[in-house]
Design a protein. Structure first.
Length: 278
C-alpha cells in the first residue's frame, strides 16, 4: 500500500510577514470587546487578554539569545512587575528561577515568586502560539507585565492571537539578540518585520567597542539607525549565568545595571508616545 504524500508547504517570505504585521497594525486582528472574538480557523474563538497594567513584549531574535534573562532583569529593576513566559513548557527558561512556587493558577499556568517579581509559566506542551492561554490575573495590582514571548517573530506576526495583538499595541518592544554576525543579521531582519514599532534592542555580549572584528560591518541600516537613536543597548553576558541558566541566585549587578538603562530608554519611548494604551 503506497503512502499518501503531501506537497511541502512553501516557506513564508519576509514580504508576507511584513504584510501580516501591517494588517495587525491596521487593526485587522485587534480585540474589540463589543465584537465576537475572531475565529482561529478551528471553530474556536481566539482568546483575548485585556490587562489593566502596561505590557512590555520581549522577543528573542533566535534561540539562546538571553531573552528570558533580559525579561526577568527588566521585571527585577522595575517597580511592581511580573514576567509572563509564553512559550511551550518544554522551552521554559524560568523553571528554576522562582524562590517560592505557589502552584497552578488559572488555566494552563503555574505561578512562582522571586523577591518582588511574580513569575507566570505555562504548564502545557503547545503546538503553536495561538494555543497559549491568556495569563491569569496578577496576585495584586501591578504596573507592568513583561511578556517573555518565546516564539519566533514570524509566527508572532503571522498568527492572529492575543500575543501578536499586544506586540502591536505595546508602546515599545524589546528585541534581544547576541553580539555575533548571525545575531546582528537576525536583528536587522526583526527590525524590518517590526517596521513602524518602537523598538529597543538588547545586544547580549561584550561592549560595543569590544565586538569581534567583522561584527560591526554586519550592522544593517535599520540597526545603525537604532544605534544612532540610543536604542541599541549593550547587555553584558555573564559566563557563569549563561552556563548554569537562571536559578534562585541574584542576577549579576552588571546585568541589572545595564537593564536599568534599557528600561529607562523604554520609558522614554513611552513618555514620548503620550497616553496611548499599551
Amino acid at each position: 500500500m503506497s503512502a499518501t504524500q503531501t506537497a511541502p508547504r512553501a516557506a513564508i517570505s519576509v514580504d508576507e510577514l511584513k504584510r501580516a504585521w501591517q494588517a495587525v497594525q491596521a487593526g485587522q486582528f485587534r480585540t474589540d470587546p463589543s465584537r465576537r472574538p475572531k475565529d482561529t480557523g478551528n471553530g474556536k474563538p481566539a482568546p483575548t487578554w485585556d490587562p489593566d497594567e502596561d505590557v512590555l513584549p520581549v522577543i528573542g531574535c533566535g534561540g539562546n539569545t538571553g531573552a528570558s534573562t533580559v525579561a526577568l532583569a527588566i521585571a527585577t529593576v522595575a517597580d511592581s512587575a511580573r514576567v509572563v513566559e509564553c512559550c511551550t513548557v518544554t522551552a521554559t527558561g524560568l523553571a528554576a528561577a522562582a524562590t517560592a512556587e505557589l502552584g497552578r493558577v488559572g488555566s494552563g499556568w503555574t505561578r512562582g515568586t522571586r523577591d518582588n517579581v511574580t513569575l507566570e509559566r505555562g504548564t502545557d506542551v503547545l503546538l503553536g502560539i495561538d494555543e497559549v492561554p491568556p495569563p491569569p490575573p496578577p496576585i495584586s495590582p501591578l504596573g507592568l507585565t513583561v511578556l517573555d514571548i518565546g516564539w519566533e517573530l514570524g509566527q508572532v506576526l503571522a498568527t492572529p492571537c492575543w500575543i501578536g495583538e499586544h506586540v502591536h499595541r505595546a508602546r515599545a518592544v524589546v528585541v534581544v539578540t547576541s553580539a555575533t554576525v548571525p545575531g546582528l543579521r537576525r536583528l536587522e531582519g526583526a527590525l524590518a518585520l517590526l517596521e513602524g514599532a518602537n523598538v529597543v534592542a538588547a545586544v547580549v555580549g561584550p561592549r560595543r567597542k569590544k565586538w569581534a572584528r567583522g561584527i560591526d560591518h554586519t550592522m544593517g541600516a535599520l540597526t545603525r539607525a537604532l544605534e544612532g537613536n540610543g536604542h541599541l543597548i549593550d547587555i553584558p553576558e555573564d559566563r557563569d549565568l549563561a552556563s548554569r541558566g537562571l536559578d534562585t541566585r541574584p542576577l549579576p549587578p552588571a546585568l541589572t545595571t545595564a537593564t536599568t538603562h534599557l528600561l529607562r530608554r523604554v520609558q522614554a519611548k513611552n513618555h514620548r508616545e503620550g497616553d496611548s494604551s499599551c
